[in-house]
Design a protein around this ligand. Structure first.
Ligand SMILES: [Mg+2]
Length: 309
């Protein structure tokens, strides 16, 4: 005699403790995914699964789309054997889009449409890329709120970065023609340029065009809300990033009285003075050449050893 499956096995009770020792809030490009290959090493996937399965909340806070997270992180984690009852949250497009996933796959994707770039502007950027910039970059069709234009994998970084400056100037001028106000973000002072409604945020592999209300701080606030909805209050947070703008996660958490340390996996831009402690690969005794996902992976392994047996 067979017992009929009810389909509710996974909805009863999660395995997450209410007050985990740590919660991880992770930028993806750089610390988790290689900025060179854009994918995630199997060791990092295994450590993320072990941490999440041990009840350490794993939350991604990325400018990437939900489609990118599903393909590069969610599907590999499920394939690596994520246990039922484990929930992972993904905040995408710098807080405009979010979803959660379990071993059964992705739940509904939420989009804050008020934070989207006007469609007519995005359509003009798509056309401009196709006509003038297609040799160096491509329009990311998976974004729901931001407009992102990314370096082709086979274009040398210095060639891309030179062409990106021209693209950024054209994209800014197009904002004016659409009657929209915008500025190009100065990475040395993330707060300084948010005078318009939109910003251009050039990274080492892409330019993101987005509402000034988006940011890693918005993602951090959503992360706290998503855990609170599960009844989870972490004792401390570790935020991880490779850009100056990623510090906004730790800034927001610290400002809202959460215990936080920030790991900078690409400290070459200079480590700013902050009222919370900042980790770099040097804290694990690693050399200055250990950056990006090599540094992120080393810390994930350490946290796994400390908190996930
Ligand atoms: Mg990054």
């Amino acid at each position: 005699m067979t017992v009929p499956r009810t389909g509710i096995e996974h909805s009863s009770g999660s395995t997450h403790p209410a007050t985990p020792a740590l919660a991880l809030l992770l930028d993806v490009d750089g610390p988790v995914a290689s900025p060179v290959t854009r994918d995630v090493k199997p060791d990092i996937i295994a450590d993320l699964v072990a941490l999440a399965a041990a009840g350490i909340p794993v939350i991604f806070n990325t400018g990437r789309s939900d489609a990118f997270i599903r393909e590069q992180v969610m599907e590999p984690m499920i394939a690596a054997g994520m246990p039922a009852g484990t929930v992972v949250h993904a905040i995408c497009e710098k807080g405009a889009v979010w979803f959660s996933y379990t071993a059964a796959g992705a739940g509904p994707v939420h989009v804050d449409h008020e934070l989207a770039v006007p469609k007519a502007y995005g359509d003009d950027i798509r056309r401009m890329v196709a006509e003038d910039y297609a040799a160096h970059m491509f329009f990311d069709e998976t974004k729901r709120a931001m407009v992102s234009v990314e370096q082709h994998l086979d274009v040398a970084s210095e060639d891309y970065l030179a062409e990106q400056k021209l693209f950024d100037a054209d994209a800014l001028e197009l904002m004016g023609r659409h009657g929209l106000s915008a500025a190009i973000l100065d990475h040395h002072d993330p707060q300084s340029d948010d005078t318009g409604d939109y910003r251009l945020d050039p990274t080492i592999i892409s330019t993101d065009i987005e509402s000034v209300r988006l940011g890693k701080d918005l993602g951090a606030s959503r992360a706290v809300e998503l855990l609170a909805a599960q009844g989870i209050t972490p004792q401390a947070w570790r935020t991880v990033g490779d850009s100056r703008t990623d510090y906004a996660m730790a800034d927001w958490l610290h400002h809202n009285d959460h215990e936080v340390q920030h790991l900078d996996v690409r400290p070459a831009d200079g480590v700013p003075a902050k009222p919370y402690s900042i980790l770099t690969a040097a804290d694990l005794g690693l050399g200055e050449d250990v950056i990006h996902d090599d540094a992120g992976g080393a810390f994930l392994r350490t946290w796994r050893q400390e908190h996930a047996g």
